[in-house]
Design a protein around this ligand. Structure first.
Ligand SMILES: [Zn+2]
Length: 488
């Protein structure tokens, strides 16, 4: 039997506002514990919340960018539950009348384009953070209490781990394009809950389980695969799937039960009596819509048309706004946009991922976004031109790129200073070839006897004699010519 997985995602995104959602404390990440707190966000009795209008602005912007119907009126509700990181014993959220409903986005997967529905987007406040420490037991940091969040609830339209990750990447791309969040999964500003059930394609959906707070694309993908396998094994051995919250353990690669899932009725939602209805006028809505820049899908199309990039290249380069901005700026200065795209997707991405891996090993974090690429776009464009014109060969290009990462400079000036221009003068190259043959009589002899594989070794030696600067195509042509002369 082939079981189909049915997935809906709940994505929590911290909004990048200066201050928290119901008080004036700073909302920044990474401050000393309990330094950004006040009676409101600590939930002291008698403190009254005041809604931060910037949050409404950002949440509505997210709604428009995700093709939602954004409502003129929405309402805050109290979601009642007890947990040590929630000092008020309720979270202010929107339940009955959320700000945004009925949106969608599209994803590209190996199977083609797919539209995924968005049920709703509502505003809520984040909870604090429990720090479990062996010496001191459990400590509570309330800096995160009251940091503004939007929760984006998808329709159960997702059918594979690949689609789930593509959906999250698209959410991240869109929200960073419009500048409402930095969407850093490693800092918790984008977190994801996965609801998953399985069924036979023509039958109703099965009972779903929920896996909470997954904080990397990789753990989302692995958790989905593990839970899918577990549910199949359970059903096929006659076990019943129960609605519950499960934890995904990265070490074992398995999910385990945490608690039976509450239903919304368990939270006793009711409208918050301390907060007035949230209102958005037509004018405000028009203002917000006008601020939305060209989004990833439109930009991808434009790259395919204007720069003749492949769909894959265009998708990669538009996945993050800083990257798309960087590419466009570099392409403006370069002779070939395709060459700039190749340089970015090839050598530049390789260096970035090596740096990220290295940082992970050391237990630090590599710079993200535009900070990760400390090379002026015009310099990358110049390097691309040097390669396009054959003035430096690809291995020298790689070497210069490494230098630019360590300390940005003009690649042409650097190549001149260090005599790195490709040697493409046939008379100089032929001289090198003749010298190489003269210095390696044994190899030449083997070639004469029919061992043609030594040609590669001779090519390596000739290339080394030019200190790697020869135009490889020309050098190889001349070497072949010289060897053919010898065997005539
Ligand atoms: Zn506060």
């Amino acid at each position: 039997m082939s079981w189909e997985m049915v997935i809906g995602l709940e994505t929590h995104v911290e909004l990048q506002t200066e201050s928290k959602v119901f008080c004036t404390c700073k909302a920044e990440f990474g401050a000393e514990p309990n330094t950004h707190v006040c009676p409101v966000c600590m939930g002291l009795p008698g403190a009254l919340p005041v809604f931060n209008e910037q949050v409404l602005h950002y949440a509505a912007k997210a709604g428009f960018a995700l093709n939602c119907c954004v409502h003129h009126r929405s309402v805050f509700d109290r979601k009642n539950y007890f947990y040590p990181d929630l000092p008020k014993a309720y979270q202010i959220s929107q339940f009955y009348r959320p700000l945004c409903e009925n949106g969608w986005l599209t994803v590209q997967t190996a199977a083609g384009e797919k539209k995924i529905g968005i049920t709703r987007i509502h505003i809520e406040e984040d909870a604090g953070k429990l720090l479990h420490d062996e010496q001191n037991g459990t400590l509570l940091d309330m800096n995160r209490c009251g940091v503004p969040l939007i929760e984006i609830v998808s329709e159960p339209d997702i059918r594979s781990a690949e689609e789930a990750v593509a959906y999250l990447r698209k959410v991240r791309a869109i929200l960073t394009y419009i500048g409402v969040s930095d969407c850093r999964m490693n800092e918790g500003s984008l977190r994801c809950d996965v609801n998953l059930s399985i069924h036979q394609p023509d039958e109703p959906f099965g009972v779903r389980t929920e896996m909470k707070n997954l904080n990397s694309f990789q753990s989302v993908e692995r958790a989905i695969k593990a839970e899918y396998e577990r549910q199949i094994a359970a059903i096929e051995t006659g076990e019943e799937i129960v609605q519950e919250t499960r934890r995904y353990d990265q070490k074992t690669g398995k999910t385990s039960s945490m608690r039976r899932k509450e239903n919304s009725a368990d939270y006793r939602y009711f409208p918050d009596p301390d907060l007035p209805e949230v209102r958005l006028t037509d004018e405000q809505m028009e203002e917000i819509k006008a601020e939305i820049p060209m989004l990833p899908d439109a930009r991808r199309e434009a790259y395919m048309n204007d720069y003749a990039l492949t769909a894959y290249a265009a998708e990669q380069l538009t996945s993050e706004r800083w990257l798309a901005d960087y590419f466009e700026e570099a392409a403006k200065h370069a002779k070939s946009a395709v060459s700039v795209a190749n340089l970015l997707q090839g050598e530049v991405f390789a260096i970035l991922s090596a740096k990220a891996t290295e940082a992970e090993k050391k237990g630090t974090t590599a710079p993200e976004g535009v900070d990760s690429l400390p090379i002026h776009p015009s310099h990358l464009a110049k390097l691309s031109d040097l390669l396009v014109d054959g003035r430096v060969n690809s291995s020298t290009g790689k070497r210069i790129l490494g230098v630019l990462f360590e300390g940005d400079c003009d690649p042409e000036a650097y190549a001149r200073q260090h005599a790195l221009f490709a040697v493409s003068d046939d008379s100089i190259l032929m001289e090198t070839v003749q010298q190489t043959l003269a210095q390696n009589p044994d190899m030449v002899e083997s070639f004469r006897k029919g061992k043609t594989t030594v040609e590669r070794a001779l090519m390596g030696k000739a290339m080394a004699a030019t200190k790697g600067k020869a135009d490889p195509e020309r050098l190889s042509k001349l070497l072949r010519k010289a060897l053919e002369e010898l065997t005539k």
